[in-house]
Design a protein around this ligand. Structure first.
Ligand code: SAM
Length: 283
């Protein structure tokens, strides 16, 4: 088997198949041999698991997933990488590569046919330009996914895994906490990639909750309130909510009063329970 963490091997594979590294698709390939086995180990793969990978690249993580999982389902948007993957994954009969944009794919339908009867985990070195939309799609679609173990930018890891109600939190923190338990696993320096990106990275794991930790009668409204509250970070939640939801300040103020919250509170101080109560009060 070729050493897919050797830059010379990667360049040769791409050249042979008429492919080139595409910055616009977030193609920073892992070249640190310790990272992919560690990610695959942390993904919680068992004998009956389908591992869903987003962006297999030349297959360096895919191989580690294929060794451990019953099945690997990988979405790669770059058609030029398909012949490369055919070659690097030739010895595995349990891998399916789909040439599809993960953001456009009907994941529920694909998993229904490709992963019937299997536990599903996601494991990926995500293309960073779509980190939040991919994670939100995976979480919001209520897919039968148990864990999501992914490489993200260090700054994204800090935001995604922050405790709700702290300065590091944002709308995406609240969304992640609503659907999952988030953990930061280990850091990965920029020189572990070909080419090295301008930022360091971190592997995080989201363990999807069976049930959200707060009761919300209308999730769409709950998330509108969360996004509006964080819409203008430096302003009070009263001002941001009023502007973001198009409501009179007095209406928002009365809702904050009803929830026992100060009118001067900022979004970053609010807990999940506060957001849930506010979204009910603003109904
Ligand atoms: N897994 C490989 C590794 O670790 O070396 C490659 C990771 S690279 C950071 C991201 C990969 O995602 C690239 O192969 C890129 O072509 C692919 N990609 C980018 N946008 C995508 C999308 N919307 N849907 C599916 N794959 C995408």
């Amino acid at each position: 088997m070729q050493n897919l963490t050797d830059p010379r091997v990667i360049h040769a594979l791409l050249a042979k198949n008429g492919a080139a590294l595409k910055k616009a698709l977030g193609q920073n390939f892992l070249i640190d041999p310790s990272v992919c086995p560690a990610m695959a180990e942390e993904a919680g793969i068992g004998a009956n698991t389908c591992a869903l990978e987003i962006g297999p690249g030349v297959g360096v993580l895919t191989v580690e997933l294929a060794k451990r999982a019953k099945k690997v389902l990988a979405f790669e948007v770059d058609r030029a990488l398909l012949p490369v993957l055919d070659e690097t994954l030739a010895e595995f009969s349990n891998v399916t590569v789909r040439n599809e944009d993960v953001l456009k794919a009907d994941l529920a339908a694909v998993l229904k046919t490709e992963a019937a009867g299997l536990d599903v985990v996601v494991c990926a070195n995500l293309p960073y330009y779509i980190t939040s939309p991919v994670l939100m799609k995976l979480l919001e679609s209520r897919l039968p996914i148990r864990t999501i173990t992914v490489m993200v930018q260090k700054e994204a890891a800090e935001r995604l895994c922050a405790a709700v109600g702290t300065r590091e939190s944002g709308a995406v923190t609240v969304a992640v906490a609503y659907y999952a338990r988030a953990e930061r696993l280990f850091g990965v320096g920029r020189n572990s990639f070909l080419p090295p990106p301008k930022v360091d990275s971190e592997v995080i794991r989201l363990t999807v909750r069976e049930k959200p930790p707060v009761d919300v009668s209308d999730e769409a409204r709950f998330f509108r309130v969360v996004r509006a509250a964080f819409g203008q970070r430096r302003k009070t939640a009263e001002n941001s909510l009023s502007a973001g939801l198009g409501l009179p300040k007095e209406t928002v103020g009365a809702a904050l009063d009803a929830c026992g919250l100060a009118r001067s509170v900022r979004a970053e101080k609010l807990t999940l329970a506060d957001f849930a109560a506010l979204s009910e009060a603003l109904n």
